[in-house]
Design a protein around this ligand. Structure first.
Ligand code: ASP
Length: 355
């Protein structure tokens, strides 16, 4: 609690000076169609093609995305903070087996579900993250507890779980996270590894076989702008199927998969985490805006369609600035995504050519 009170005090001071001094530089005029409040979400990027989805699956995903948008939007509409809005939106997707976060998370090589999550508040750049946790029903709530009620930013494994218990967060038996389809995904990958020892054959499978291509995607995230002009980002994931030896991806790494700063933008990423870490995706987008004077869309495109593609990193991001501009580029076949701005209807998209 101490941490949040202290930082809110600083935030009040900083935010006032930031808005006056750097609005114009951070958000170019051509994008200044101000929205009072707005929210964007994603449910993971990957090889998501229309021809591989049944109409029922398509409808199921869109309905869940809409439910998540509605949950976050209701918070914003009622004057709630962007932090509360991104939590509300992410929790809906964590509770759904459709996504690789919370219930429905992918399995590690050992057959466990190890979850990562992070949240960041743009007003004061306060942040909280957890990695490798196995017993917290909604990992994003653990990330928030780290942000609000600890002097730390990043807690892992058993310590993070102990902290979550002390914070009275809802705990579950690790078996809660089991889903049959994710388990089969792990079995199939391990089976193939046994027979295909050749690394290039495995790589080819990843590129060609939809089953393998989707093994690392399905992370969820949200970014929001509230009525007070503050932005926030939240991301939650099970990581990558068959991950080994304490592997942690980009999601809980502040600046990589999750980032927020009122002066520039809030970003939540999904994709092949190692590449997103190496590109420091969230902070890189913010830096291009801050130092390069580019718009949110330009900066996001430069990183996702340029820098990531160059090193072979597939995936995408959702992002928002304090004017309520939203950019959601991805370089994969599809990305479950959606947004809603004040005074507009909710819009959901899945495929590349969804308009
Ligand atoms: N970025 C996540 C990770 O590498 C995976 C994903 O986005 O689905 O852990």
């Amino acid at each position: 609690m101490k941490k949040i009170l202290l930082s809110l005090g600083i935030a009040g001071f900083l935010f006032t000076s930031c808005t006056e001094s750097s609005t114009d530089q951070a958000v170019p005029e051509k994008e200044s169609s101000k929205s009072e409040f707005a929210l964007a979400i994603h449910g993971g990027a990957g090889t998501i093609k229309k021809e591989n989805m049944t109409p029922e699956q398509d409808a199921e995903y869109r309905a869940k995305l809409k439910e998540s948008l509605d949950a976050g939007f209701a918070v914003l509409e009622n004057g709630g903070s962007s932090l509360d809005a991104v939590i509300a939106a992410v929790k809906v997707m964590e509770d759904s087996p459709l996504f690789n976060a919370g219930k429905g998370a992918v399995f590690t090589n050992e057959g466990k579900n190890e979850l990562d999550a992070a949240i960041m508040y743009g007003a004061d750049r306060n942040a909280g993250a957890v990695a490798g946790i196995t017993t917290v029903k909604n990992p994003i709530t653990a990330a928030r507890a780290v942000l609000e009620n600890s002097p730390h930013v990043f807690m892992i494994g058993k310590g993070a779980e102990q902290f979550a218990a002390e914070q009275n967060l809802e705990l579950v038996d690790p078996s809660y996270f089991f889903t049959q389809h994710r388990f089969e995904q792990l079995e199939k990958i391990k089976e193939t590894e046994k027979t295909q020892l050749d690394h290039s054959a495995l790589l080819e499978l990843e590129l060609e076989d939809p089953f393998f291509k989707d093994r690392k995607f399905g992370t969820v995230g949200a970014v929001a702008l509230d009525k007070n002009g503050n932005i926030a980002a939240a991301t939650s994931t099970g990581g990558m199927t068959n991950k080994r030896y304490g592997r942690v991806g980009d999601v809980p790494i502040i600046g990589a998969g999750t980032y927020a700063d009122n002066e520039t933008c809030a970003v939540s990423a999904t994709g092949h985490g190692e590449f997103f870490i190496r590109t420091v995706v969230g902070h890189e987008i913010a830096s291009i805006m801050r130092y390069g004077g580019k718009s949110l869309q330009e900066a996001a495109d430069e990183v996702v369609m340029g820098q990531l593609v160059k090193i072979g990193g597939s995936g995408g991001i959702i992002s928002i600035d304090k004017m309520g501009n939203i950019a959601m580029p991805f370089n994969s076949e599809g990305m479950y995504r959606g947004y809603r701005k004040a005074g507009e209807e909710a819009k959901t998209f899945i495929y590349k050519d969804d308009k």
